[in-house]
Ligand binder design. Structure first.
Ligand code: NAP
Ligand code: F7E
Length: 341
């Protein structure tokens, strides 16, 4: 089997490439040209780079995407490439649109033009950001209203519907994985979980004094990327394409995540003060380890997310509890501590 992964240099791309190689797939990946060489650092921590065929290109370049699909003739496409940072998408709405909406269009329309409808199955990386603030005590599933609150989420909503359009209009085997947050030691360093675990490690090693965060009350449903990529593959092994929520069904606040992460390194955080003056203090030393920086707050916040993955449990064999939040946090903190030794 031959797979083409866009976004192979990101967190999910690395875990997915590792998983597909373990299944003896021939793995092809789209990588962006940079003057520094290929950005394969994350991938190299999980796979032997010689086992992957790299193709320099950009998801926004329709000519290049069509040429690559024609050359590779993949059995499966995993479309993971995106400007994936929600906060950054507010200042870069066109880049979000270009990479996510037009990028997805380039994939599906190239596949259609090349007559790949009966040959190639497609996974589209959709997101819980589609829902916006629809959460009202009941967990979100495939039927919940979609009202995105960021340029990122809005671009992903286009891509989500486009994938459905190509399934319905042309018969493509194409699936939307409506993925809730998933993390790992390979998570980008400006997403809140990795930012916290990196800061915990640096503070523990005496290389940083304090961690600055934005909204501590937002809640997210966090799983492990390693588990999520297996579901991406599983979706393409079904008889037909469909849409699936992948989530753990439990949510925690940023505050709770931070307390747990500091605890792994032996810090017992207590809170003092209110609003932007609130601080997190190490109980045993009295040192302030967490402060609020309003610049990390978003123009529009998605306050709480928790998913209902029952369909994926029933149809894909998804195990939402394979890695607990405590084990995920421990793995990330220990990884970041090891990076500093
Ligand atoms: P990530 O670590 O930010 O990786 C994004 C990937 O997209 C990187 O390989 C990046 O390449 C590539 N990319 C960005 N712009 C590109 C362009 N113009 N042309 C080609 N490649 C480009 O994201 P992730 O966490 O692995 O997420 C994978 C996908 O799932 C994304 O589409 C994301 O939106 C979606 N998603 C993620 C989560 C989550 O919690 N992780 C949840 C729901 C959905 P460079 O390395 O060159 O920057
Ligand atoms: O923020 C709050 C922030 O940037 C989570 C992407 O993978 O998951 C991810 O998007 C929460 C938000 O992820 C900081 O306000 C507080 O409420 O880690 P994040 P995200 O926005 O949930 C979805 C499902 C995707 O699809 C995306 O691609 O944490 N928060 N303080 C902070 N966030 C950041 N980044 N930095 C802070 O200092």
């Amino acid at each position: 089997m031959r797979a083409f992964i866009t976004g192979i240099t990101g967190q999910d791309g690395a875990y997915l490439a590792q998983y597909l190689l373990s299944l003896n797939y021939e793995v092809h990946g789209l990588v962006r040209y940079t003057s520094q060489g290929l950005n394969t650092k994350k991938l190299a921590t999980l796979v032997n780079l010689d086992e992957v065929t790299f193709h320099i290109g950009d998801i926004t370049d329709s000519l290049r995407i069509q040429k690559l699909l024609n050359d590779i003739q993949p059995d499966e496409i995993y479309n993971l490439a995106a400007l994936s940072h929600v906060h950054i998408s507010f200042d870069n709405p066109k880049l979000a649109l270009d990479t996510i909406a037009l990028g997805t269009l380039n994939i599906v329309e190239s596949a259609r033009n090349l007559g790949l409808v009966n040959r190639t199955k497609i996974f589209q990386a959709s997101t819980s950001e589609l829902f916006g603030n629809s959460y009202d005590a009941a967990a979100l599933d495939e039927t919940s209203p979609m009202n995105p609150v960021s340029p990122y989420g809005t671009a992903k909503l286009y891509a989500y519907h486009l994938a459905k359009n190509y399934r319905q209009a042309y018969g493509f085997h194409i699936s939307n994985g409506i993925c809730f947050n998933h993390e790992s030691p390979l998570r980008g360093e400006t997403f809140v979980t990795r930012k916290i675990t990196k800061a915990v490690a640096a503070i523990k090693k005496g290389q940083q004094d304090c961690l600055f965060l934005g909204n501590l009350e937002a809640r997210r449903d966090w799983g492990h990327a390693k588990d999520f990529v297996r579901m991406m593959h599983k979706m393409l092994q079904q008889k037909q394409g469909d849409d699936y929520v992948i989530a753990t069904g439990k949510s925690y606040s940023i505050r709770e995540f931070a307390v747990k992460a500091f605890a792994v390194a032996g810090f017992d955080i207590i809170w003092q003060g209110d609003a932007e003056d609130e601080v997190g203090i190490d109980q045993s030393t009295g040192k302030i380890l967490i402060k609020i920086d309003p610049s990390y707050k978003r123009p529009n916040e998605l306050h709480a997310l928790v998913g209902n993955p029952q369909k994926a449990i029933d149809q894909l064999g998804w195990n939402p509890h394979s890695i607990t939040i405590d084990n995920l946090i421990r793995e990330m903190v220990e990884y970041d501590l090891n990076l500093l030794t």
